[in-house]
Design a protein. Structure first.
Length: 178
């Protein structure tokens, strides 16, 4: 059987340092802390999980923000982070079906290109853990200028799954291509 080694070749020539930014979207946590740039708060478990996994993989976390479910604030912060030279932005929260979940409404219009395989594969991998409730996930990803942006559900388990099985293994490969 023929095995395609192109991804391995791309990774070999990819950059070794990837600069990440983390955004947690949560109105309840934001009302408690009101932070747009601070270390993850004690009750921001998903933010802490992202920080720990990224740092533990040898990559650099350049920014952390906690925002309310507000389209204008989310889109504005993403634009600012992209202009600052961040390679990958990971957003946790605001991706559900509730009326206040507006992360995708804020971010997807900024996409120059989408990465549809991310959401598809995330939901496939989530099926084992959450069953058919995975259809409620609007996990999404795309490219804004030369920055990859991943939008994840807010649960720590979802964040851990996406980071460990999808984002971190492909981070340098993605950055090389964009």
């Amino acid at each position: 059987m023929f095995r395609n080694d192109t991804p391995a070749q791309h990774r070999k020539n990819a950059p070794t340092m990837v600069k990440f930014a983390i955004i947690t979207v949560s109105t309840s946590r934001y009302e408690t802390y009101g932070s747009v740039s601070a270390p993850p708060q004690a009750d921001d478990i998903s933010g802490t999980v992202m920080m720990d996994l990224i740092s533990g993989s040898g990559f650099e976390v350049m920014a952390y923000s906690l925002l309310p479910d507000n389209e204008t604030l989310i889109a504005g912060l993403v634009r600012n982070l992209v202009r600052s030279g961040i390679n990958i932005i990971v957003i946790s929260g605001g991706t559900g079906l509730a009326p206040e979940d507006v992360t995708l409404e804020a971010v997807e219009p900024l996409f120059d290109k989408t990465i549809p395989g991310f959401g598809e594969l995330f939901r496939m991998k989530s099926l084992e853990d959450v069953g058919t409730a995975t259809i409620l996930s609007r996990a999404s990803a795309g490219i804004v200028d030369r920055c990859a942006v991943f939008c994840l559900p807010g649960s720590p388990a979802a964040v851990e799954l996406a980071m460990n099985e999808l984002i971190l293994p492909e981070a340098v490969h993605i950055v090389k291509h964009i």
